[in-house]
Design a protein around this ligand. Structure first.
Ligand code: DX5
Ligand code: ZN
Length: 214
């Protein structure tokens, strides 16, 4: 399957996003990925639903929110009404993953569940039939610009063997070099953050990654 590119805005200066997001979308970005951190599930604090609402005004692209937050269900309605088409929460952040997936779907968005590098695929298995996407963290969540942890790609392989058609997203340390290994493991949605944020020519960098996903 052709891969989809989901640029993360995390490593861009917030004041440049009104220009950077449309450039990425015009050059082939399939989703815009919003990394929301609460200072509890992970140490940093990023931004809330207002940023989604503001960027909704500059592009019709699909938006996904990656909630690195405790009690993620408190944020679902705010981010969906701000314009998110997909909501991803962490399996480690709740004991009610099945119910939360239903809650997202009933609110009209796609539901994704993320697992950290230390979390086994077995945690996702009971809900694989219910979710629209599994997000395999390929770094420990909290910061952009980290190196991909190779062992996480084995979990992508495991999920792909269980679900040949399901969307599997990788997030962390994906660039023009590592994207091939992630694709080979079976991922089909690729979050790319710092690699794009530091590109001299943003449009070219987006097209280059997209070419590697065909
Ligand atoms: C990490 C975030 C990622 C991050 C990826 O906690 O979930 O989306 O922005 O950034 P890079 O591509 O720089 O690893
Ligand atoms: Zn993310």
């Amino acid at each position: 399957m052709n891969g989809e590119l989901a640029p993360s805005i995390l490593s861009f200066p917030l004041i440049e996003l009104g220009q950077a997001v449309p450039i990425m979308v015009e050059n082939g970005a399939d989703w815009i990925h919003f990394d929301v951190m609460d200072g509890q599930f992970v140490p940093p604090i990023t931004f809330g639903d207002q940023l989604v609402r503001d960027l909704r005004r500059v592009t019709p692209a699909k938006f996904e929110v990656h909630l690195m937050t405790l009690t993620p269900e408190r944020q679902f309605d705010a981010f969906i009404s701000a314009g998110c088409n997909r909501v991803i929460f962490h399996a480690e952040a709740t004991v009610h993953a099945h119910r939360l997936v239903q809650q997202i779907k009933e609110a009209g968005a796609e539901a994704g569940v993320a697992i950290n590098p230390a979390t086994p695929v077995a945690v996702l298995e009971p809900i694989l039939a219910d979710i629209d996407l599994a997000l395999v963290m390929t770094v420990n969540p909290g910061w952009g610009g980290q190196k991909l942890i190779a062992s996480t790609l084995d979990k992508v392989r495991q999920i792909r063997a269980l679900r040949p058609e399901m969307s599997i997203e990788v997030d962390g340390g994906i660039d023009a070099f590592t994207v091939a290994a992630a694709k080979e493991a079976g991922a089909n949605v690729f979050v790319v953050g710092s690699h794009l944020a530091k590109a001299d020519d943003l449009g070219w960098a987006v097209r280059n990654i997209k070419d590697l996903l065909v």
